[in-house]
Design a protein around this ligand. Structure first.
Ligand code: GLU
Length: 405
């Protein structure tokens, strides 16, 4: 919110316009119940926030996490509005979350939870209305249950109603790794501008889920050296370099990267403030705040997660002249991949993997250039401000044209 008011100042928006931009169009709260394996009914709470549809149908992921709250889902749906606008996708912003620890459920329970969630929101989604996708702790299997349930209930084989699906159900193989690929590509462009290139740069990645692990793979392919990784159990630091494939194997075999054999074991808090050139917070929001921002040693931060920095951290890092590549650009490979999948579903086409990759990366490159230009034009503002000015302005123009403000 603080950030939006700042952007409002730069774009000379008045209070009513800011209010119209801030308030989500609709927030759906649902109760999702499943009979547990122990015979007792389990009850969960969830939300879908449909923030803004000025540019098109709402678009954004669904997360499963024990700490999900309504405020969080709304904030994340607003980030999606700016992200989709920045990348010039024909979408508004949305996000969903169910307050659940998916690790505590059996596979059958998880399937039922996912299907029942769609039963609760199916009236409000569709390829021209609102298009869910993966987010924290959800993947192509969850999307398969979503689309199957959606088709069963509505009787419409509207494959574009959900993205991040497996190839068999109209998904594209690139979507699985497009967030990590895109992030590595953007990190390279930013390192070229701010660090004299990516080659040999040391990188710490906090979070080793879909995004963190693919980002690590592609960053090392681009010549960077991964020196630190972590997951929810903790992390490992090794300045000789971490072998990404080995880390993946350890994670699959033992459940956590902390069992990576070579290196020093650290907590997530220690990892974030350790020595490196590039820091990629790729887990959850608000991990860099006013208490640890002064201690960050990285020379460049590339946001993998949505909202990993608080507004205070942003100010501290701007003051310390540590550039931060914002989430709405850095992790946009996911939703751009979703867009390619959705467009294919709409047209009944199948795109080649290489062509899809090129499309995603060129779209992100274009957004990077646009932000970098705005950053230089503004002169005294950080990259996030530049990105938000571009994104918010586009939404404002669409809202004005439609008479929404
Ligand atoms: N959850 C991802 C994000 O935060 C992807 C959303 C999508 O593909 O719609 O950008």
């Amino acid at each position: 919110m603080k950030k939006l008011y700042k952007i409002g100042g730069i774009l000379s928006l008045h209070d009513d316009e800011l209010q119209a931009l801030a308030i989500p169009e609709r927030v759906i709260q649902v109760k999702v119940q499943i009979p547990g394996a122990d015979g007792k009914i389990k009850t969960f709470i969830g939300w879908r926030s449909q923030h803004n549809s000025a540019l098109g149908p709402y678009k954004g992921g669904v997360r499963y996490h024990p700490n999900v709250s309504q405020d969080e889902v709304i904030a994340l749906s607003m980030i999606m509005t700016w992200k989709n606008s920045l990348l010039q996708l024909p979408y508004g912003g949305g996000k969903a979350g169910i307050r659940v620890d998916p690790k505590s459920l059996t596979r059958a329970e998880l399937e039922l939870l996912s299907r029942n969630f769609i039963d609760a929101i199916y009236k409000y989604i569709g390829s021209d209305i609102d298009i869910p996708a993966p987010d924290v702790n959800t993947d192509s299997q969850v999307m398969s249950w979503f689309i199957d349930e959606y088709i069963k209930i509505t009787g419409k084989v509207d494959l574009g109603a959900v993205t991040g699906k497996p190839v068999e159900l109209g998904g594209i193989s690139v979507r699985e790794y497009s967030t990590g690929l895109g992030l590595a590509h953007i990190a390279k462009l930013a390192a070229d501008k701010f660090l004299d290139g990516i080659e040999g740069r040391s990188v710490i990645i906090q979070g080793f889920g879909n995004l963190g692990s693919f980002a690590a793979k592609y960053l090392s392919e681009l010549g960077a050296k991964i020196v630190g990784i972590s997951d929810s159990k903790g992390g490992v630091l090794n300045y000789d370099g971490i072998d990404v494939n080995k880390a993946l194997e350890v994670k699959h075999r033992t459940g956590s990267v902390i069992n990576y054999p070579e290196g020093k074991k650290v907590t997530n808090d220690e990892l974030l403030v350790s020595q490196c050139d590039i820091l990629v917070p790729a887990a959850l929001e608000n991990v860099i705040h006013k208490y640890n921002a002064p201690k960050i040693q990285a020379k460049l931060i590339v946001e993998g997660a949505n909202g990993p920095l608080t507004a205070d951290a942003d100010e501290i890092l701007a003051h310390r002249q540590i550039p931060v590549v914002p989430d709405i650009l850095a992790n946009s490979g996911g939703v751009v991949g979703s867009y390619v999948e959705w467009a294919n579903n709409k047209m009944g086409e199948i795109i080649e993997e290489e062509e899809a990759k090129k499309l995603i990366l060129s779209r992100m490159e274009k957004a990077f250039s646009e932000i970098y230009k705005k950053y230089n034009d503004l002169g005294d503002q950080d990259l996030r401000t530049a990105a938000m000015v571009v994104a918010v302005e586009r939404v404002v123009k669409a809202m004005r044209a439609r008479g929404m403000i």
